[in-house]
Write a protein of this length. Structure first.
Lengths: 337, 633
C-alpha cells in the first residue's frame, strides 16, 4: 500500500496571495486537513471555482483544479462529474459568485443533486473588486457602490439551498478549524449535493461582518451548534435553548424560565420534512444565535448515477451503440453499379 | 418544368404541361418544385417530408425547404399560421429546394394567398375547396372566393374537396372527427403520389412503424392515403399524371438514405466520437432551429452519449467545457442568441486550450429576430465575438448532407489542435433534407485522441512542436495534477503569469496554432469554368444556389467559376491566389457582406457583393442574374 498522505501533500507550491489575515487561510488549512483525513488520492480530486478571492482556492491545492468564469463553476463541475463520476468534485465560490452572477446555476446544482460539494465563502462583500455590496450585504450597508447605504435586502444562502432541494446543508465559521474539517468530511461522505456556507471574514473590506462568532469567547452566546438527536441548547453552560411556540421558534432560559430540557426542540437532520431545517436556516442574528453545523442531510437520487443508469439501461435494451447500424437506420435504398 | 432552373439538355417538350392531351400515359418532367402549405396544425411538414422521402427512395434527387411560423399554433386559418414545405426533385443534381413553384397544394385560403407569389404562371394549384368558406376567406381578406372569380386566371386550378372526401372515406370506419381532421394531409399525399406516379408502399410501411401502438391511427391514415390516391385515378379532373425523367448518369453506387442537416450533424458527432474512442457529451439548451441536435443525440444514449439539458445557454457550454476537461468529446449546440450568451465561456475554452465543438444553427437576427428563418449573419460573431485576441477554428456546412462531414472535420480538428471549433449551419440546411450516400467507416478521416499519461517532465502547456497543441491531461491521471483557468498562463508550466513578455508570447501562440490548421485544409475546388473572368465565392448554405447558377450560366454560354469556402478560420492558404486569378469576384451571402468585408480586407480584392437578408435562401435565378450582369458589365 502506498504511503499515507499527509496534509502537506495536498498543498501546492503556488504562493498564496490572499491578504494577510484573510479568513480564507483557515479554510484552506481545514480543507487540506480534511483531505488527509479522508486519504483521498490527489488525482481523484477536482476543485472548480468561479471568480473572486475565494475562487483562487484551486491554485493552492495540489489536486486537479479549474479556475473558470464568474458564477459558472457549477456547470463546469457538473460536466466533470458526468464524465468521471468517481472523482471527488468540489466547488469553491463566494457570495457574489454563487448568489449574484451565478444564482441560476446555484439553484440548478442544488435541484439536480449531483455528488458535488459546494463551499460558499460568505464575506458579505465583493473583495476582489475592492469593496462593493454583495447579495448578502445587510440593508443599509455603506460600501463603495452604496455610499448612502444599501437599499436591497440580503439574500440568505441556506434557505435558498434548502428550497432548491439541497440534500446536505451546513454552516461553519471560518475561525473554527475543527468544525470546518468535520463538516467537510461529512459533506464528502454525503451522496448527493452538499452545500456548506462558510462565514468568512474579509479583514480588508468588511472586517468584523461575523464578529459575534469570530472569537471563541463570544461563540457560546451568539451561536447554536446543531447536533443530531440532541436538544438545541446554547449559551454559557448551555443554559438557553430553542422551544417551539406555535409555529415559531423561541429562545428560553431554562434556569430563569423554569423550562425543562425535555421541552426543547431536538435536532433531526435526517427528517424528510425540511420545515425544521428551513426555520433554523431563516433565524437571523441578533434576535437569535447563528445556528451552525449540519442543518439537513437526506438521501435522494444522485444525478450522475441516474444519467449513467439511463445510458446503461438504453444500451442494455437496444444493444451497445453501433455507428454502422445508426447510419443505416430508417429507410434506405440501394443504388447498384 | 422550370424555365428558370432548366437542367442542361432538357428536351423542349417536357417544359410544359399539355392540357389538351387526354392520354393516360404520364408526361415526363425534368426538375419540378412542389410546395405544400396549410395551417401549422395541418401536418404540412409531415406531408412534405413523406413525399420527399418517397421521391428520394424512388431514386429522384431531392432537396427540401421547411418554412414554418415562429408561433406554434397561430389562430387557425390566418396568414400568420401558415406552414409551408417546399421540395425540388429531379433526375439529378438537385442543389436547392427550387425557385418558382410548379405545383402548390394549398389546404386553406390563407395558404393560397400567402404562397401564390411563389407559384410560376401556368403552375398547378391543388386547393382544398372545403375550407374556402366565407369565414375563412374573410380572415385573410379575400372579398370574393378566388376559386369562383378570375383571381387565379393563368394558373391551372384544381379544387378538391379534401376535407369532405377524407370524412367520407373515414366516417364509415368509425374514425373520430379529430382523427379525420388529422388525416387530411394523408389524403393530399395519396393524391400527389398519384399525380407523380409515386408508390405508396414506403408511406404505408412508415405508418406501420410510426403508429405501431395505435392501430386505429394506422387504419385511418392508410384509408385517407388510399382514398386520395384513388380519387386521382378515378377522377376526370386531372388530364394527365406526371413522371420524373430517369437520370442521365447513374448515381454513385451504395446505400442511400434521406436526411436533414441537424440529423446529419448529430450522426457525424456520434461517428466522430466512436472513431476517436471517446465518450460524446452534449451540453445544450433548447433553441430554434438547433434543438433537433439535442433531440437526436438524446435518442442515442446506447453509444453511450451523454446529453445534458442545462438551465441556460451558459451552463450548457460550461458543462461541455467541464466534460472536455475530464476527457469527453464535448459539444454544445445553439443558435445566434445562445451564441451570444456563450461567448465568455468560449474565451475560457480558447484560454484553457481544450477540445470543444460549438454548433451555431444560424437564424435571422439581431436579438430574437427570425427564429424559424435562415440567415448567415453570425459569421463575424463566430470569428471575433469573444473578449481579447481569441482565435479559434470556424467551419461552415454547405448542405444537409455536408453537415455530417463538417461535424467529423470539426471533431478531427478540435482533437488535433486542442482548440475550440465553431460549426456554422443555418435554418435552411438544418431542416432541409436531401438524399445521402452513407459512407463506409473506412472512408472517414483518421480520428485520434490521446490522453497524456506520462508524469515524467509533464508540463500542462508544453506544446507539440508541429501543431502547437498542448497535452490533454485529464483528472484521474496520477502524477499530472495541475490547475488551469482563465488567467493568463505561463508558457510551458501553465502557472499564472501576467508578465508582458509572457502574455505577448501566449497571444501569438494561440493565433499561430489556429493558423497552422491551414496545412490541414485540402486545396479549394474550383467549379464551373476555371478560366472564366468571373469568380463567385460563397460559404455555407448558398452552395446549392451558387452551384446550380454557375452550372446554368456555363450551359448558356456565360463563363463563370465558383469556389465555396468551408474553412472560414483559418482561411484556406490557396484562397488569396485564387481570388487574384480572376478579373472579377462576386461574393454571395445572406447578410450585409461579412465574408465580403473579410476578403476585401485580407486580400485587397475589389470583390462585389450579392446580399440577401429576407430570411429566405438565395434563388438560383437571383445568383444567375447577378452573374449575367457582372459578366456583361
Amino acid at each position: 500500500m502506498a504511503e499515507a498522505l499527509v496534509r502537506k501533500d495536498y498543498v501546492s507550491d503556488v504562493e498564496v496571495r490572499w491578504c494577510v489575515g484573510c479568513g480564507d487561510y483557515g479554510i484552506l488549512k481545514a480543507f487540506t486537513v480534511a483531505m488527509a483525513k479522508l486519504q483521498l488520492p490527489r488525482e481523484k480530486v477536482v476543485i472548480v471555482s468561479g471568480i473572486g478571492c475565494s475562487s483562487r482556492f484551486p491554485y493552492y491545492v495540489d489536486t486537479y483544479g479549474f479556475h473558470s468564469v464568474h458564477g459558472r463553476a457549477p456547470s463546469v463541475a457538473t460536466g466533470v462529474k458526468l464524465t468521471q463520476p468517481d472523482l471527488s468534485v468540489w466547488i469553491v465560490t463566494g457570495d457574489g459568485d454563487a448568489l449574484s452572477i451565478g444564482g441560476n446555476h446555484f439553484i440548478h446544482l442544488m435541484r439536480r443533486n449531483p455528488d458535488i460539494n459546494m463551499l460558499l465563502f460568505n464575506n458579505q462583500i465583493y473583495g476582489l473588486t475592492k469593496g462593493q455590496a454583495s447579495p448578502t450585504s445587510p440593508q443599509g450597508k455603506i460600501t463603495k457602490s452604496t455610499p448612502f447605504g444599501l437599499i436591497d435586502g440580503p439574500m440568505h444562502p441556506l434557505p435558498m439551498a434548502l428550497t432548491a432541494g439541497a440534500t446536505f446543508v451546513a454552516r461553519v465559521p471560518d475561525t473554527d478549524n475543527a468544525m470546518i474539517t468535520d463538516v467537510l468530511i461529512q459533506a464528502h461522505k454525503h451522496k448527493g449535493v452538499s452545500f456548506v456556507e462558510i462565514m468568512q471574514n474579509c479583514n480588508i473590506f468588511n472586517d468584523g461582518a461575523w464578529f459575534p462568532i469570530a472569537k471563541k469567547a463570544n461563540r457560546a452566546e451568539n451561536s447554536i451548534v446543531l447536533k443530531h438527536g440532541e436538544p438545541m441548547t446554547f449559551g454559557e453552560n448551555n443554559s438557553k435553548g430553542f422551544r417551539l411556540k406555535g409555529m415559531d421558534i423561541e429562545i428560553v432560559d431554562m434556569e430563569k424560565d423554569g423550562v425543562d430540557v425535555s421541552e426543547l426542540l431536538v435536532h433531526d437532520m435526517y427528517s424528510k420534512d425540511a420545515t425544521l431545517a428551513f426555520k433554523l436556516a431563516n433565524l437571523q442574528h441578533p434576535e437569535f444565535p447563528y445556528p451552525l453545523g449540519v442543518f439537513r442531510q437526506i438521501e435522494a437520487p444522485v444525478y450522475e448515477s441516474g444519467v449513467s443508469k439511463q445510458e446503461h439501461d438504453v444500451a442494455e435494451k437496444l444493444g451497445r451503440g453501433d455507428v454502422k447500424k445508426m447510419l443505416h437506420s430508417g429507410e434506405t435504398w440501394e443504388v447498384s453499379v | 418544368m422550370q424555365k428558370e432552373v432548366s437542367a442542361k439538355k432538357a428536351p423542349d417538350k417536357s417544359s410544359s404541361i399539355d392540357e389538351d392531351r387526354r392520354s393516360n400515359a404520364p408526361e415526363e418532367l425534368d426538375i419540378t418544385t412542389i410546395r405544400f402549405a396549410g395551417d401549422s396544425g395541418d401536418g404540412m411538414q409531415l406531408l412534405g417530408t413523406r413525399f420527399a422521402n418517397t421521391s428520394a427512395v424512388f431514386g429522384e434527387d431531392v432537396m427540401t425547404l421547411a418554412e414554418y411560423p415562429a408561433e406554434i399554433r397561430a389562430p387557425a386559418g390566418t396568414i400568420a399560421g401558415v406552414s409551408g414545405f417546399q421540395l425540388s426533385m429531379g433526375p439529378q443534381d438537385i442543389y436547392t429546394a427550387g425557385d418558382m413553384v410548379d405545383v402548390l397544394v394549398a389546404m386553406n385560403p390563407a395558404a393560397l394567398k400567402s404562397n401564390l407569389e411563389h407559384v410560376r404562371k401556368d403552375g398547378i394549384l391543388i386547393v382544398n375547396e372545403d375550407t374556402f368558406t366565407e369565414k375563412n376567406l374573410k380572415k385573410v381578406g379575400y372579398e370574393e372566393n378566388p376559386l369562383e372569380n378570375s383571381a387565379l386566371a393563368g394558373y391551372r386550378v384544381f379544387p378538391v374537396g379534401i376535407s369532405k372526401m377524407t370524412a367520407t372515406a373515414l366516417e364509415p370506419l368509425g374514425v373520430e372527427r379529430e382523427q379525420i381532421g388529422k388525416s387530411k394531409n394523408l389524403f393530399a399525399l395519396g393524391l400527389i403520389c398519384w399525380l407523380f406516379n409515386m408508390p405508396l408502399d414506403n408511406t404505408l410501411n412508415w405508418l406501420k412503424t410510426k403508429f405501431s401502438k395505435k392501430p386505429e391511427v394506422i387504419k385511418a391514415n392508410t384509408e385517407a392515403l388510399m382514398a386520395g390516391n384513388k380519387y386521382g385515378d378515378s377522377n376526370e379532373l386531372f388530364v394527365t399524371s406526371y413522371i420524373i425523367k430517369q437520370p442521365e448518369h447513374k448515381k454513385q453506387p451504395g446505400t442511400y438514405r434521406y436526411l436533414n442537416g441537424n440529423s446529419a450533424l448529430s450522426m457525424g458527432l456520434i461517428t466522430a466520437a466512436e472513431q476517436a474512442g471517446l465518450h460524446l457529451f452534449l451540453g445544450s439548451y433548447p433553441i430554434t432551429p438547433a434543438s433537433d441536435v439535442l433531440h437526436e443525440l438524446s435518442r442515442h444514449k446506447e453509444f453511450p452519449v451523454t446529453t445534458f439539458q442545462a438551465e441556460d445557454e451558459i451552463a450548457a457550454i460550461g458543462a461541455a467545457i467541464g466534460a472536455s476537461y475530464a476527457g469527453s468529446l464535448a459539444i454544445t449546440s445553439t443558435s445566434g442568441p445562445g451564441m451570444a450568451l456563450k461567448t465568455e465561456f468560449l474565451g475560457l475554452a480558447v484560454s484553457v486550450e481544450l477540445p470543444l465543438v460549438v454548433i451555431n444553427v444560424m437564424r435571422g437576427g439581431p436579438s430574437t429576430g427570425l427564429p424559424t428563418k435562415m440567415e448567415q449573419s453570425d459569421l463575424f460573431q463566430a470569428l471575433w465575438s469573444r473578449p481579447g485576441e481569441s482565435p479559434l477554428i470556424v467551419l461552415a456546412a454547405n448542405s444537409p448532407k455536408d453537415c455530417f462531414d463538417t461535424a467529423i472535420e470539426a471533431c478531427r480538428l478540435t482533437l488535433k489542435y486542442m482548440t475550440p471549433v465553431i460549426i456554422l449551419s443555418d435554418g435552411y440546411i438544418a431542416n432541409g433534407s436531401e438524399a445521402w450516400r452513407i459512407p463506409s467507416l473506412d472512408e472517414l478521416p483518421e480520428m485520434k485522441a490521446q490522453f497524456h499519461t506520462d508524469a515524467e517532465k509533464f508540463h500542462p502547456y508544453q506544446r507539440d512542436p508541429k501543431t502547437l497543441a498542448r497535452p490533454w491531461a485529464i483528472p484521474g491521471t496520477a502524477g499530472l495534477e495541475h490547475r488551469v483557468g482563465g488567467l493568463e498562463k505561463e508558457d510551458i508550466t501553465g502557472g499564472v503569469d501576467q508578465s508582458p513578455e509572457n502574455h505577448e508570447k501566449m497571444v501569438h501562440y494561440r493565433a499561430e496554432k489556429v493558423r497552422r490548421v491551414c496545412a490541414d485544409i485540402p486545396p479549394l475546388e474550383i467549379e464551373g469554368n476555371p478560366v472564366a473572368d468571373l469568380l463567385v465565392v460563397g460559404w455555407g448554405s448558398s452552395y446549392g444556389a451558387i452551384t446550380r447558377a454557375v452550372m446554368n450560366s456555363n450551359n448558356d454560354g456565360v463563363p463563370v467559376a465558383s469556389v465555396h469556402i468551408k474553412h472560414l478560420s483559418p482561411l484556406p492558404q490557396d484562397l488569396g491566389d485564387i481570388l487574384k486569378r480572376y478579373k472579377k469576384v462576386l461574393i454571395v451571402e445572406n447578410n450585409l457582406g461579412q465574408l465580403w468585408t473579410l476578403l476585401r480586407s485580407i486580400y485587397l480584392v475589389d470583390a462585389k457583393l450579392l446580399s440577401k437578408v429576407n430570411g429566405v435562401p438565395f434563388k438560383i435565378s437571383e445568383v444567375e442574374n447577378k452573374i449575367r450582369e457582372m459578366v456583361k458589365g
